[in-house]
Write a protein of this length. Structure first.
Lengths: 112, 115
């Protein structure tokens, strides 16, 4: 079954520092991959998605992600983190029956 | 574009009552809507998938008679928690998809507290 793994439960980063969140997927064909962000008590906001084409995907809020088939990864990056980036981040893959399979999430804390 | 709303954003009810949550796609037609449940500090758990005009498909372990889903139009789906009990207290999130590209757009969620 298609699935994603987010190895990092919690990451703390200083404001202005770079951020990288890891996501590994399990899927036989070319996956449809997503990164969503969730602020406390809120729904999920789509940051970016990968369906095909250029493996480096640009998203909103200065985020980007790179699809690496050889590593089955779709890591999310941001060069310089802002305090407002503190949130929960979810990686997800579309399954064969068009449902989203989510990772467990990574909590990002930004320190001043 | 791709805005999904939910109403209410939070609700408190007494045990035994029923609660209806609405999910609307505001600027696109959603052929498919999804209902998720999220426990504190956990990921989203898919409860059911609904396609406009047809019966919802429930995930294993989700009681369809407990969680009634209606998707009567291309912009509205409702989730009714029937005879709610304290264990039904949770954060319920809907998402909507136009179907053609599989991207799901999420609503802001509804916090249900059953006393």
């Amino acid at each position: 079954a298609q699935s994603v793994t987010q190895p990092d439960i919690h990451i703390t980063v200083s404001e202005g520092a770079s951020l990288e969140l890891r996501c590994n997927y399990s899927y036989g064909a070319t996956p449809y991959l997503f990164w969503y962000v969730q602020s406390p008590g809120q729904g999920l906001q789509l940051l970016l998605k990968y369906f095909s084409g250029d493996t480096l995907v640009q998203g909103i809020k200065g985020f980007e992600a790179e699809f690496k088939r050889s590593q089955s990864s779709f890591n999310l990056r941001k060069p310089s983190v802002h305090w407002s980036d503190a949130a929960e981040y979810f990686c997800a893959v579309v399954t064969n029956d068009y449902k989203l399979s989510f990772g467990a999430g990574t909590t990002v804390t930004v320190r001043a | 574009g791709a805005v999904v709303s939910q109403h209410p954003s939070w609700v408190i009810c007494k045990s035994g009552t029923s609660v209806k949550i609405e999910c609307r796609s505001l600027d696109f037609q959603a052929t498919t809507m999804f209902w998720y449940r999220q426990f504190p500090k956990q990921s989203l758990m898919l409860m059911a998938t609904s396609n406009e005009g047809s019966k919802a498909t429930y995930e294993q372990g989700v009681e369809k008679d407990k969680f009634l889903i209606n998707h009567a139009s291309l912009t509205l789906s409702t989730l009714t928690v029937t005879s709610a009990h304290p264990e039904d207290s949770s954060f319920y999130i809907c998402s909507a998809s136009a179907g053609s590209e599989d991207t799901q757009y999420f609503g802001p969620g509804t916090r249900l507290t059953v006393l």
